[in-house]
Design a protein around this ligand. Sequence first.
Ligand code: RB5
Length: 143
Amino acid sequence: MIAVASDHGGLELKNAILAFLRDQQIDCADLGTDGTASVDYPDYAEKVARAVTAGVAQAGILICGTGIGMSIAANKIPGIRAALVHDEFTAQMAAEHNDANILVMGGRVLAAEQAVRLVDVWLTSRYEGGRHQQRLDKIAALE
Ligand code: RB5
């Protein structure tokens, strides 16, 4: 299952991403927010990050206005590797090099169709392991 959440700044992209995942018959859960009212992005970053570290979700997707706040907040949770991506290259690298377990995007940065494309690239790219694993191990040691 992929856990998806946004704040008010990412609502439109969240809805587009959920529609894409459902269309692809990829199991997903909408963890909010549900409307355009202003909310605090750390609350949603925590929901998705905890779902991932608990194993309830295999991966997560977070969207706020820029993606910056969501990535800062999610990366506070041990075991989370949240990657803020802007284009196909960074979405691919987030999977292949960083084994990112949460993808983060900016709702005021990307068009919905581009965000959906980045989700597709991330989901269809595979972690390469090898020399990257020792780097992930060093990140884990920082925790
Ligand atoms: C909310 O206005 C905005 O600060 C938030 O969506 C995000 O961009 C924070 O990093």
